[in-house]
Design a protein around this ligand. Structure first.
Ligand code: UD1
Ligand code: MG
Length: 472
């Protein structure tokens, strides 16, 4: 196959996107449009990648200096002073192609969904047909603003592309449209682009006019129809961006599913591209995994949970309706249902956090349990300790935060308050309903409630008095 050079047109403003940034920097859910294009082209191993920049070029160049998408490309930037159309943009790129002979791949920076396989097919098709100009076309369900592929003659040869704004009413009905990917012989491209005119409804130099020129010269021009129209979609409006984000999200989930992750209902899950999930994990419906979250193997996330920047080790169960942020959960632990693990929560192995438990800035050592209705803030819980239902660490006095320590194998009776700073020693027991304001020594009983008094017959007497009153 011929040597390849790529030209990416990225000089335009994102006017229709409602911003003042270069359109190529429009963010999809995971990266900028230009990053998608560069990642998609890299497997073709172009000898050079020319990026036509214009509006606020410094932002684009700065972005690509720090982006992994630029790896594998030998990038040369060329400036298009004024955005006079896609044909003019390629004209600006010609000096960078002066010494190049081979096939030039021309692409627009606003098409993020194409796959390298499709471009490889285009190149194979181009070389098999010995074409001067090949392009990808697709059937657009409503063809809207896309350029129409006009075919003529018995063999339905491509004769030109007509931009939607210049179409006759009859041409507007054509549903085969131009996706904006071209493979062009460099020897033809240079004079063709130099000869473009701007006599059309927009007063622009249309790159698409090189198609008519090639056809008129009797050169071989072919359109390779894409079977997956989705791949061809461009971003010209916020509605296009929403559609593209939905496709990217679905692809992400599919990629993980192919690697062995089980999704009970992929349509209701939302995953950032930065999330990693090991094979064998199972994700229930309505789950959001965001940021730098990583999920280990054999993890079960039951459903309706939000997990942000969390590290979940293997064999963990996150039960229904839990929220976890900036925390780590050790192997074999179980969390929820309805738990709220906030920043700084660190659970070692086999820890159990049950329903309606909130944690913040806490460490629970292996085997510790807080099974019901608790708030644990700013505290360290030792191995095997048991935190009874309704336990509250009183970590804030209205001005400052203070820390509590609960020792190994300590047992905190239900409905107790631990007023920090306070330490409950190893193996100690706190009686239910206690308010603990002083340290409880190792193996001691901490009892911090009023002593119970029983008054014999008191309830019966009260009942009799009331019945007596009613009788009168
Ligand atoms: C273009 C095609 C249309 C095709 C569609 C596919 C032309 C004339 N039309 O229309 O046939 O169906 O893409 O999405 O080519 N750009 C520059 N400099 C300019 C103008 C544009 O660099 O002077 C860049 C833009 O930043 C953008 C790309 O070229 O990345 C395409 O421009 P855009 O205005 O989006 O063209 P479309 O109207 O979508
Ligand atoms: Mg466009």
């Amino acid at each position: 196959m011929d040597k390849i050079c790529c030209v990416i047109l990225a000089a335009g403003v994102g006017k229709r996107m409602g911003g003042d940034l270069p359109k190529a920097l429009t963010q999809t859910r995971e990266k900028a449009l230009i990053d998608h294009v560069l990642f998609g082209l890299a497997p073709l191993k172009p000898s050079k990648t020319v990026i036509v920049v214009g509006h606020r070029r410094e932002l684009l160049e700065e972005h690509l200096r720090n982006s992994p998408s630029a790896h594998g490309h030998s990038i040369e930037y060329v400036l298009q002073e004024q955005q006079l159309g896609t044909g003019d943009a390629v004209r600006a790129a010609l000096p960078a192609l002066a010494s190049f002979q081979g096939t030039v791949i021309l692409t627009y920076a606003d098409h993020p969904l194409f796959t390298p396989e499709t471009l490889k097919h285009l190149l194979e098709f181009h070389s098999f047909k010995r074409a001067t100009l090949s392009m990808l076309s697709f059937q657009a369900p409503p063809p809207n603003g896309y350029g129409r592929i006009i075919r003529a003659g018995a063999s339905a040869q491509v004769v030109r592309i007509t931009e939607a704004r210049d179409c006759s009413p009859e041409e507007l009905l054509i549903s085969e449209v131009n996706s904006g990917f071209y493979a062009v012989d460099s020897a033809f491209l240079k004079p063709a682009v130099e000869g473009l005119s701007n006599k059309n409804s927009q007063g622009e130099y249309y790159l698409t006019d090189i198609v008519e020129k090639a056809a008129k010269e009797g050169q071989t021009v072919v359109a390779f129809p894409l079977s997956e129209a989705e791949e061809a979609a461009g971003v010209n409006s916020p509605a296009d961006l929403a559609r593209i984000n939905a496709v990217l999200a679905r692809r992400e989930i599919l990629k993980l599913a192919e690697s062995g992750v089980i999704f009970d209902d992929p349509h209701t899950c939302y995953l950032d591209a930065t999330v990693t999930i090991a094979a064998g994990a199972r994700i229930g419906p309505n789950v959001q995994l965001r940021g730098m979250t990583s999920i280990g193997s054999s993890v079960l996330i039951e459903g309706s949970s939000l997990i942000i920047d969390a590290t979940i080790a293997a064999n963990v169960v996150i039960k229904f309706g839990s929220r976890l942020e900036q925390c780590s959960v050790g192997d074999g632990s179980s969390v929820g249902p309805f738990a709220n693990l906030r920043a700084g929560t660190v659970l070692a192995q086999e820890v159990r956090i049950g329903n309606f438990v909130e944690t913040k800035n806490v460490t629970l050592q292996a085997g510790a349990k807080a099974s019901h209705l608790s708030y644990l803030g700013d505290c360290s819980v030792g191995e095997g300790a048991n935190i009874g239902a309704g336990t509250i660490t009183c970590n804030y006095d209205g001005y400052n935060k203070a820390h509590s320590i609960i020792g190994k194998n300590a047992f905190i009776g239900s409905n107790s308050c631990l007023v920090a700073p306070v330490t409950v020693g190893e193996g100690a027991l706190v009686a239910a309903g206690s308010v603990i304001t002083r340290d409880v020594p190792k193996d001691a009983l901490g009892l911090g409630r009023a002593k119970q008094e029983n008054k014999e017959g008191w309830a019966k007497l009260r009942r009799e008095q009331r019945e007596d009153k009613k009788g009168r």
